[in-house]
Design a protein around this ligand. Sequence first.
Ligand code: SAM
Ligand code: SF4
Length: 326
Amino acid sequence: MQDPFGRTIDYLRLSVTDRCNLRCRYCMPLHGVPSLEHHDILRYEELVRVVAAACRLGVRKVRITGGEPLVRRGIAKLVAELVALPQQPEVVLTTNGLLLAEQAADLKAAGLSRVNISLDTLRADRFQTMTRSEGLEKVMAGIEAAEKVGLRPIKLNMIPLKNFNEDELLDFARLTLDHDWEVRFIEFMPISADLDYVSSDGVAMADVEQRLHRLGKLEPLPHEEGAGQAKMYRLSGALGLIGVIPSVSGHFCAECNRLRVTADGRVRGCLFDNCEIDLKQVLRNGGDDAAVERLLAGAVCAKPEKHQIGTGGFCSPSRRMQGIGG
Ligand code: SAM
Ligand code: SF4
């Protein structure tokens, strides 16, 4: 699928639930947000129909996300159905890792390629502060289990924030010396107004790069096709890689290849644009596969050329990050 600006759209981020077992301060307010009603969330057969239609239109990579995808029962079965589609899409998943240790083997057996694990601190007390929950040990066990069953390479997503975890940048980077993991530093996105962090709390990615240089030789790696927005580096002699992802300031819109589907069945062309097209109505009212394809293609046509976040500060989309899937 090509959009009106000549971008090839081949990557679908599929949110399978809006629920989450954590309350990260940069993503959700303390008391959470009203959950979708059970019947509003797409059923597995509906999710498979949406992905099948997207694959017929050219999607080749599907990321399962949420909320926390692993709180929804039967994710491994969904993975198995998605990888069995005729186009054999690559299926990956983003998780907070809390339930990964118990599900890693089933996910691998189902055909999941790999996982991104969101982890913002290596310190138990800070983990509790950020997520309003205990669980660092479980996340670490999840990483170990994922590695053991071969969900590789392990990718860790870390959001550097001033006065919270910026002093752990080098600790995270050092993980790559002995592990063939990809540690990805991701720019904080000021997506909702009622959170504990505002845009000035994010650490600029230029600053992150400068600090990484302190660890010794930081070799820039050539941009690989499919690497998305990440600028990649390797520390001299390291087994793993470091990614620096200026999601907001980097203006990567010209390379954006994504579509997003929310748990309640709306397709969005851009994280930072409120235009949504309702797939669920068509799925539940007897619409055929061609109708689903037309709606997905419509979302591709409506994909904005670039996001407006950062130009006027706040973007205030109609949903939160946990409601869209990040
Ligand atoms: N619960 C899963 C997790 O945390 O990995 C998947 C959903 S979460 C919404 C997807 C990604 O969005 C996570 O890596 C998370 O760190 C990121 N995220 C959430 N709020 C963010 C924000 N305000 N700025 C940047 N990234 C954010
Ligand atoms: Fe949940 Fe992920 Fe949001 Fe944290 S970032 S509250 S784990 S959805």
